[in-house]
Design a protein around this ligand. Structure first.
Ligand SMILES: C[S@@+](CC[C@H](N)C(=O)[O-])C[C@H]1O[C@@H](n2cnc3c(N)ncnc32)[C@H](O)[C@@H]1O
Length: 280
């Protein structure tokens, strides 16, 4: 019978040979998920034997990981801003850089404020649900063009007990909404420029939904449409944060500057332009 350690070593070797990212971490996260315990608890007791049923389950998930499936889709969950989010191949796996939008919101806004927030392109609900958790008086509207994504976002809101303060709407950007009623808007819309498609890892390109990644040749079709729908319709002082590609700062400034008081391009921790912050 395998011990936890010997099974992890075995799968680390196999995953390394298959060329996937983070083979050791992948093996650990998958086995902890199968055992139903935290990674730390698993590693603290690494000599424990692994039951045959768990070994077989690891065989199945490990083989899928070796073919490049993201760990988060295999476990069905991903941590974002300290919260667990259900994910499936219908939604983008929430990324750590998206947390920056929430950091900036926390700096700019009083945590006790009672505002109305909009999360456009909510996906798993990462931004909208976290925002409702951070700002206990906020009411949030979460929009996505994908009905399947909205079902997952709603389950995440229910899991974190904030569903009563979030409305979920299927729609194209802000078309179905009275945009002038929002104080705060978060948008992590698809923005990958098509000419950088080949720089994406096969893990992203072959498994994550293309409707969550791409938006026209320069990646800006969604943000162009958003800027057009917001022009002249936002309430004075409303705030918008958009996640962008590092190449899009100047274009975003141009898109939003005519209809706003200010546009600031904020950097991520790697020093790349990552968020456009607009004040209307
Ligand atoms: C990059 S993902 C972001 C998901 C989530 N906000 C996050 O940060 O993890 C973009 C999301 O926008 C949605 N989307 C794409 N085009 C849209 C549109 N025209 N209107 C509304 N949502 C759209 C996609 O379905 C996808 O869920």
């Amino acid at each position: 019978m395998y011990s936890r350690k010997s099974l992890l070593d075995h799968w680390e070797r196999l995953l390394l040979a298959s060329g996937v990212d983070s083979p050791r971490l992948s093996a650990q996260v998958l086995l902890a998920h199968i055992l139903g315990i935290s990674r730390l608890d698993m590693l603290l007791d690494s000599n424990s034997p692994v039951e045959e049923i768990a070994r077989k389950h690891m065989e199945l998930l490990g083989a899928r990981r070796a073919k490049g499936e993201p760990v988060a889709y295999l476990t069905g969950s991903k941590e974002f801003y300290g919260l667990d989010f259900e994910v499936s191949p219908q939604v983008l796996i929430p990324r750590p850089e998206t947390e920056l939008i929430l950091d900036h919101m926390r700096t700019a806004l009083d945590e006790n404020a009672c505002l109305t927030a909009l999360d456009i392109g909510t996906g798993s609900g990462a931004l909208g649900v976290s925002c409702a958790m951070l700002f206990l008086c906020f009411r949030v509207v979460a929009v996505d063009i994908s009905f399947e994504a909205l079902k997952i976002a709603r389950r995440n809101a229910e899991a974190h007990d904030v569903a009563a303060r979030i409305s979920f709407i299927q729609g194209d950007l802000v078309q179905a909404l009275r945009i002038s009623s929002f104080d705060v808007v978060m948008a992590n819309l698809p923005y990958v420029p098509l000419n950088t498609k080949n720089t994406l890892s096969p893990e992203v390109l072959c498994h994550e939904p293309h409707g969550a990644l791409f938006s026209g040749f320069d990646g800006l079709d969604c943000y162009r449409a958003l800027a057009e729908s917001m022009a002249g319709r936002m309430k004075a002082g409303a705030l918008l944060w958009c996640e962008i590609d590092c190449s899009q700062g100047a274009a975003m400034t141009e898109l939003f500057s005519a209809s706003s008081k200010s546009v600031q391009i904020l950097k991520d921790y790697a020093g790349h332009d990552r968020v456009a912050a607009v004040v209307f």
